[in-house]
Structure formats: C-alpha cells, structure tokens
Design a protein around this ligand. Structure first.
Ligand SMILES: C[S@@+](CC[C@H](N)C(=O)[O-])C[C@H]1O[C@@H](n2cnc3c(N)ncnc32)[C@H](O)[C@@H]1O
Length: 208
C-alpha cells in the first residue's frame, strides 16, 4: 500500500478540469519556467525511463509516439540514445511551442483522454512519461495506446505513485495481463521528481 501522501506536493496536483489544466500549462511555460522547474526539482523521469526502454530494443529507426511530450524532455533523451523517428503529441500548445526544432518528426495537438487520431498498429513504441499523473490522463488511455501499437511493440510509461491505486492503474495493468493483451517486461518503483520526494511506477509492456 502507498502510505506516502503525495496529493499536496505540487500545486498542479489539485487541478481536475481540462480547461484549468491547459491554462496552468500556459502560465507554467512563460519565461521557460516549466523547463527550469524540472531542472531545479531534479525531474529525472525522462532520463530514467528512456535509459530503461533502450535496454529492450535495438531498432533506432522504429516509429515512436511520445504521448504527452510536453516541451520535449523525453524526445531529447530518445535522441541522445539514437532514436530518430519519434512523433510528439500533447494537448498544450504552449508546451509544444517550447519543443526544440527537429527533435520530433512531427508534433500533434491531441487529447489523450479521447480516441486517438492514429490508425491501428501505427507505432512500434508508445512512450508516456509524467503524463499518468493527477488530473491528467486516465488508465483507460492504455487501451488506445495498445490499439495504435503493433504486435510485439512496446508501451513504456510512468505512473505517479500517488495515483496508482486512486486511478485504478493496478486493476487496469492486471486486467491487460490476465487477458493476455500484453506481457509486462518490467515493473518497478523509480525516482521521478527527486527534490519533491515523489516517485513513480515505471512499466514496460510488450503487446501480444
Ligand atoms: C508533467 S508534463 C510531462 C511532459 C513530458 N512528457 C516530460 O516528461 O517532461 C505532462 C504533460 O501532459 C500533457 N497532458 C495532460 N493531459 C493531457 C491530455 N489529456 N492529453 C494530452 N496531453 C495532456 C500536458 O500538457 C503536459 O505537457
């Protein structure tokens, strides 16, 4: 059981409506504050997640969706590891405006809580870091990630430890394993925002 209380660690954890969330990110990006905060807070999730992901695959040309890419921190780590065929997607224009040029093949403005405008089996990998968190994207989105990922492809994601039970990620992950829709390759507690003392679950699953 999770005994740590994460709910009050960061102001954004209190926001639940989509409109307010987008406004929050609009303000957070002024003067590059989001990126600066991530450095100050020691937000290590992008690096940790990509480091682990890269141990499970050799194909650097594979097609990757960075779901909830924000300002591109995961894209930077993917690029460092030699992955050059990644699409970024997010619902905040302000966050996407801070993405460095040429990091992604393209950028898409999408709401991850809705049906995604990608065909079945479009991607080799969907990576989603920092986006399964308070008020952001719900566990059912995993169904969409699975639909758009090829057989034997990978879904790699973090879940903020504070919402793991609250948003029923425990049940969803079990359900998908029991139905043999995916096989969990790795599931572990991982450092996430070190200076705020928040960890995440990090999951790598293979589509069956
Ligand atoms: C904490 S940031 C993480 C961004 C990036 N992955 C990183 O690790 O720096 C969460 C991102 O999720 C995006 N987001 C939240 N809810 C979303 C939704 N329903 N659809 C698409 N993006 C969403 C936000 O705009 C924000 O860019």
């Amino acid at each position: 059981m999770n005994k740590k209380n994460i709910d009050n660690k960061i102001p954004i954890y209190k926001i639940s409506s989509k409109k307010k969330m987008i406004e929050y990110y609009d303000n957070w990006t002024i003067n590059n504050k989001y990126n600066q905060d991530m450095i100050n807070w020691k937000y290590v999730a992008p690096k940790n997640t990509v480091n682990l992901f890269s141990k499970f695959t050799k194909n650097k040309k594979q097609k990757i969706l960075d779901a909830g890419c924000g300002t591109g921190l995961v894209g930077v780590e993917l690029m460092k590891k030699g992955f050059t065929n990644t699409i970024g997607a997010d619902f905040s224009k302000s966050m996407l405006n801070l993405v460095p040029k040429k990091l992604y093949k393209s950028l898409e403005l999408i709401d991850l809580n809705k049906k995604l405008d990608f065909k079945n089996n479009s991607f080799d990998t969907v990576i989603c870091v920092g986006t399964f968190t308070y008020g952001h994207v719900k566990a059912n989105t995993l169904n969409e990630f699975i639909r758009i990922t090829k057989k034997d492809g990978i879904i790699c994601f973090t879940i903020n430890e504070g919402i793991y039970f609250k948003y029923k990620f425990d049940e969803k992950i079990k359900e998908l394993s029991n139905k043999k829709i995916w096989k969990i390759l790795k599931f572990l507690k991982s450092s996430y925002i070190i200076n705020k003392k928040v960890d995440s679950w990090l999951c790598i699953a293979k589509i069956l």
